[in-house]
Design a binder for this molecule. Structure first.
Ligand code: ADP
Ligand code: ASP
Ligand code: MG
Length: 418
């Protein structure tokens, strides 16, 4: 029997009516002759509420218990979706991660898939069940504890199941009707793309475009999953939405194909650290060990410390705002242990990152200059810059984020097909 994976995000299962709407889409595919694996998120807002409760209880929480709490939202929707389908006379059964069992690493709150054994689900399909509803975002560690896959992780659950079961397609149903040149909530000029390459989507996702979790794009690229993003609120057919596919299937040839942003960034500066071999390792090692995702890094020009001939420098880096407390603790511990020394730690919690992405950058010069000119024209000051082969990112004041996204979208004429 041909098989489809259909994933419904939080807003698509936000209440019982929306679950019924999503279930009707599943039933339509069953009626067309498919077995379906449905991946569900928690009802919208639920995971944020659970995360909030964890933070309020224990700011530097034990990640095992974080996972125990935040994985629960998906369990509710999985059961409700199975019940809704049963009410529509579709034979359906729900599965929590451990029941499949979805085996992951034990990296709590950021676990990765190890294996998805097919036997249990195959047996149910063979018994005549048409739909398996899987609680997204979760798995089970080798120690038998519940794990979660990082925010937005249900996308990755969907792609992993599509790969494991050889699904014909992996359809990600969400609250927008496809992938756009930038978040359509930031500018109405954002243009829906018919197709986007795995590479570009990977960059956009990792730079903040939360329409797909980064890891889901990585897995789809590796296992050649036909991955599509489409709306759960519209009538949809096989042509709807945006297909994420190989570069050679794409006709567009723009230098920049999208703008991404990440709103909640912090900039930290260690003032007056010794400028000596090993200092970066001594700073960033403990940060990594504490689970801080350091993103951009700048080491300032070295100078001599006052009254000494030892060279000193300032080290600046960025990380997500909600990891500042962790970063501070790790750096203070490293200082107390005598591994590093610094005068002060300056923290700017009002930063945001804006990035332009495009595979065309590989062969075109001048993208950075055009980007910086566009930002300058709107009076946006750049704090940190980072580049790679197909992206340029800048850290700016959060209050200018929307303006910067709009300015860059205009500067690279992304509203026009090309
Ligand atoms: P879900 O709950 O269905 O997983 P998400 O909120 O995680 O949905 O992702 C969908 C949202 O991603 C959209 O509502 C949109 O605001 C945002 N988004 C950011 N960048 C883009 C983009 N380039 N194209 C489409 N949506 C985007
Ligand atoms: N519910 C989880 C989250 O909000 C996972 C997901 O929806 O993909 O991050
Ligand atoms: Mg999501």
């Amino acid at each position: 029997m041909p098989l489809l994976v259909m994933k419904f995000g939080g807003t698509s299962v936000a209440d019982l009516d929306r679950i019924r709407n999503a279930a009707a889409k599943v039933k339509a595919e069953v009626d067309r002759g498919y077995d379906v694996i449905v991946i569900v998120s928690a009802m919208s807002g639920k995971t944020n509420e659970l995360v909030g409760w964890v933070n309020e209880t224990s700011p530097l929480y034990d990640a095992r218990e974080y996972d125990a709490v935040v994985s629960s939202g998906e369990n509710v929707t999985a059961g409700l979706m199975a019940l809704t389908l049963q009410e529509m006379d579709v034979p359906a059964r729900s599965w929590q991660g451990w029941q499949v069992p979805i085996q992951t690493t034990s990296a709590h709150s950021a676990a990765r898939f190890v294996d998805i054994p097919r036997a249990n689900l195959d047996m149910k399909f063979a018994e005549g069940f048409k739909v398996a509803v899987i609680a997204g975002f979760q798995g089970v560690s080798p120690e038998g504890r519940i794990t979660t896959l990082g925010r937005g992780g249900s996308d990755t659950t969907a792609v992993a199941f599509a790969a494991a079961f050889g699904a014909e397609r992996c359809d990600i149903y969400t609250d927008v009707d496809g992938i756009y040149t930038t978040d359509p909530r930031i500018t109405s000029k954002a243009r829906k793309l018919e197709k986007i390459s795995f590479e570009e989507m990977l960059e956009l996702a990792s730079l903040g475009a939360k329409v797909l979790q980064t890891r889901s794009v990585e897995l789809a690229m590796r296992y050649k999953v036909r991955l599509r993003v489409l709306s759960s609120f519209d009538e949809t057919d096989e042509q709807s939405g945006t297909l994420v596919c190989d570069e050679d299937e794409i006709m567009e040839s723009k230098v920049v194909s999208g703008v991404a942003y990440s709103r909640e960034e912090a900039k930290l500066t260690l003032v007056t650290v010794e400028d000596r071999p090993g200092i970066a390792a001594a700073i960033f090692g403990p940060l990594a060990d504490s689970g801080v995702n350091v993103d951009m890094i700048v080491q300032n020009i070295s100078e001599k410390a006052q009254g000494s001939d030892k060279p000193v420098t300032d080290m600046t880096f960025s990380c997500p705002v909600d990891q500042v407390a962790r970063a501070r603790k790790a750096l203070e511990a490293a200082r107390d242990a005598g591994h590093i020394n610094y005068d002060t730690l300056e923290v700017d919690e009002d930063a945001a990152k804006v990035s332009v992405v495009g595979i065309g950058m590989r062969s075109h010069a001048g993208v950075a200059a055009r980007m910086f000119r566009a930002l300058a024209a709107d009076g946006v000051n750049i704090k940190v810059i980072a580049t790679s082969e197909i992206k340029i990112s800048v850290l700016i004041d959060r209050k200018y984020m929307e303006l910067a996204v709009q300015a860059l979208h205009d500067a690279f004429e992304l509203d026009k097909a090309g």
